[in-house]
Design a protein around this ligand. Structure first.
Ligand SMILES: Nc1ncnc2c1ncn2[C@@H]1O[C@H](COP(=O)(O)OP(=O)(O)OP(=O)(O)O)[C@@H](O)[C@H]1O
Length: 304
């Protein structure tokens, strides 16, 4: 698998405090990588390091296979666009003027792509409105347009939906999906809003106390969190035989407990098991949500 970003035992220390500790993460090319952790877990610190705003105290990272210690990292970093903390925009300028400023900073001579860029982020009709009069969602989308000015293929967004209203969250989600699917841009999104990330992410990295506790693809996570019926019976050997004969997928947890991964006709199962002299003691719907999975990894509340 090809990666946009990998980190190797990356450390960042402020005095005696270890904000990042032996952090190891892998962002596959083409993915939407949900970087999940509580407030203070170290998400922004990692983003500041890869943007070159701060230096690691130990370990390192690679962008498109180029190590942070190589001179060529500057060129690799040009393939990356980022919106870190609040977007850096000029509040007295319009969306178009903000983009012209950014084009000039990047040395892009022609402004001909600006209308298309404004359309892409849904700001094509903002005319003479100054950025200070934009909603938070519009400011965030202008921040993304500015980050896209250099045509990056890796976009890093630090808490992009923080503080947005439901409509703003939907617009941000649609924009991120569009950038990923239509422009093949790899996106790293830091967030503590798991439910929102689960609608977007193809991969996850869970960070706690400055290190990655788990990296997992959305597909693997889905099967780890999928709904099932947890059935308690007098003997799971008999239950297994019956479920096998019905071609139903299940997992035996103990001599008396099993998870069944299909919609089943409970009364039919009770009758069949009764014929086999096996009692059903309880049947419960069991759903390990993304949030409970997260809590099982890092403990505490994801929204802390
Ligand atoms: N310049 C600094 N000096 C000292 N400590 C810092 C500095 N920057 C960050 N920290 C500490 O490092 C830890 C990680 O901070 P970071 O901003 O990376 O967290 P985060 O996961 O992005 O959380 P949040 O969602 O709150 O932004 C925090 O405990 C923070 O107080």
């Amino acid at each position: 698998m090809d990666f946009c970003l990998t980190t190797d035992a990356l450390c960042k220390q402020y005095g005696h405090f270890k904000a990042l500790h032996n952090l190891s993460m892998h962002v596959p090319k083409g993915s939407i990588y949900g970087f999940v952790g509580k407030n203070g877990a170290g998400k922004t610190t990692l983003i500041r390091l890869i943007c070159g705003l701060q230096k690691p105290t130990a370990g390192g990272y690679s962008l498109y296979g180029i190590k942070n210690t190589e001179d060529k990292i500057v060129k690799s970093r040009r393939r990356m666009g980022a919106v870190v903390e609040s977007p850096s925009i000029y509040s007295d300028l319009t969306a178009e003027e903000n983009l012209k400023e950014q084009y000039q900073i990047l040395g892009i001579p022609s402004f001909e792509n600006i209308p298309e860029l404004l359309k892409l982020v849904g700001l094509e009709n903002t005319g003479n409105k100054k950025a200070k009069n934009f909603s938070l969602g519009m400011k965030q989308r202008l921040g993304i347009a500015i980050a896209l000015a250099g045509e990056p293929d890796f976009l890093v967004l630090d808490e992009p939906v923080n503080g947005l209203d439901p409509q703003g969250i939907i617009e941000m989600r649609e924009l991120i999906l569009k950038l990923n699917r239509e422009r093949q841009i790899t996106v790293l999104i830091s967030s503590h809003i798991l439910d929102e990330l689960s609608r977007l992410a193809t991969h996850y990295g869970f960070i706690d106390n400055g290190h990655i506790v788990k990296e997992i693809s959305a597909r693997e996570l889905e099967s780890a969190c999928r709904k099932c019926m947890r059935i308690q019976v007098s003997d799971t050997k008999i239950l297994s035989r019956v479920l096998d004969s019905m071609d139903i997928e299940y997992e035996v947890l103990s001599n008396t407990l099993a998870d069944v991964y299909a919609k089943i006709n409970v009364s039919q199962l009770v009758l069949t098991l009764a014929d086999e002299k096996c009692d059903i003691i309880s049947v419960q719907e069991h759903d390990e949500s993304l949030e409970s999975y997260y809590v099982s990894l890092v403990g505490g509340n994801a929204h802390e």
